[in-house]
Write a protein that binds this ligand. Structure first.
Ligand code: PMP
Length: 294
């Protein structure tokens, strides 16, 4: 495979030479925001939604991105082109930039912008057929009163601790509850359950990222005319659901068949989930949903 070409602050570098300073506050403090985006069939899926979320997250942490949304989009498209990819997973990273060893951003005159276009597979292919096993993490989702989970910040320690718990017991994913014990989301995915034909996902305020895959799946549900509610729910509701699935850009959409040792529904990918996954895959390849790269 040819070496990946990486964008850093307006220049392109081969992966082996793509480097950021150890004084960058993204590295020293996790100070920054990022996006994970997919391209399907030569089009960036829901490009504007991702760019908008990046800029909103940056605003929330008082970080001014040193380029316009149009320039960011063009830099991303050019990075994908230089890597010759049609199907890709793209990472946009904007950190506070280089500063001194103190944490104050006022010593960081210029944010760092990095764009990586590569591929990703966070779960093995057979899990997309058979569903995955998840656990509930003992760590709770960051509270919105400390670090709002809506900000896709470079500080993923909360999620990483949850992932470590999952890894330790051989589960593919960890579910995070909020401070009140309500199901919030996973380490990199949103959660949906289905009970008696009604599809439910927690409202964003419970402590979830405003997932773009979540939005796409909700629009698919509405188009199909299926019963849907944004609703708070607990582990009790999750264990007793007929079906469960997770959504995320990297994960796409995937059935969940066991949580904390409880079999969900039939223990297989359920019929409503299967239909939604199928429709979701069609939408990802719908030309009207993507921005042309080439
Ligand atoms: N929650 C978290 C914590 C995430 O990191 C992600 C992945 N970006 C998601 C949910 C899913 O969001 P999206 O569908 O926009 O990728």
């Amino acid at each position: 495979m040819e070496e990946r070409i990486i964008y850093i602050d307006g220049q392109f570098y081969p992966k082996s030479e793509a480097k950021v300073s150890v004084f960058d506050h993204g590295f020293l403090y996790g100070d920054g925001v990022f996006e994970g985006i997919r391209a399907y069939d030569g089009r960036v899926f829901r490009c504007e939604d991702h760019i908008n979320r990046l800029y909103e997250g940056a605003k929330a942490i008082d970080l001014e991105i040193p380029m316009s949304k149009e320039e960011m989009t063009e830099a991303m498209l050019e990075t994908i082109r230089r890597n010759g990819l049609r199907d890709s997973y793209i990472r946009l990273v904007v950190s506070r930039g280089m500063g001194d060893l103190g944490l104050s951003p006022d010593k960081c005159p210029k944010p760092t912008v990095v764009i990586i276009a590569d591929t990703i597979a966070i779960y093995p292919p057979e899990m997309y057929e058979n569903g995955l096993v998840a656990i509930t993490a003992s760590v709770r989702r960051n509270s919105a009163s400390s670090l709002d989970p809506q900000i896709k910040s470079l500080n993923y320690l909360n999620n990483i601790l949850a992932k470590i718990e999952a890894n330790r017991v051989g589960a593919a994913e960890a579910i995070l509850l909020n401070q009140n014990g309500l199901v919030a989301e996973c380490t990199g995915d949103n959660v949906f359950i289905i009970k008696d034909g009604v599809i439910m996902t927690p409202p964003i305020y419970v402590g979830a990222l405003n997932g773009i895959t979540r939005r796409v799946v909700i629009s698919v549900i509405k188009q199909l005319g299926l019963p849907f509610e944004e609703k708070e729910f607990t582990l009790y509701n999750l264990y007793n659901a007929d079906e469960c699935f997770f959504t995320g850009t990297a994960a796409e959409a995937i059935a969940v068949t066991m949580v904390d040792g409880r079999t969900i529904g039939s223990g297989k990918c359920g019929p409503i989930t299967a239909k939604l996954l199928e429709e979701f895959r069609k939408v990802t390849r719908d030309p009207s949903q993507g921005k042309e790269i080439y």
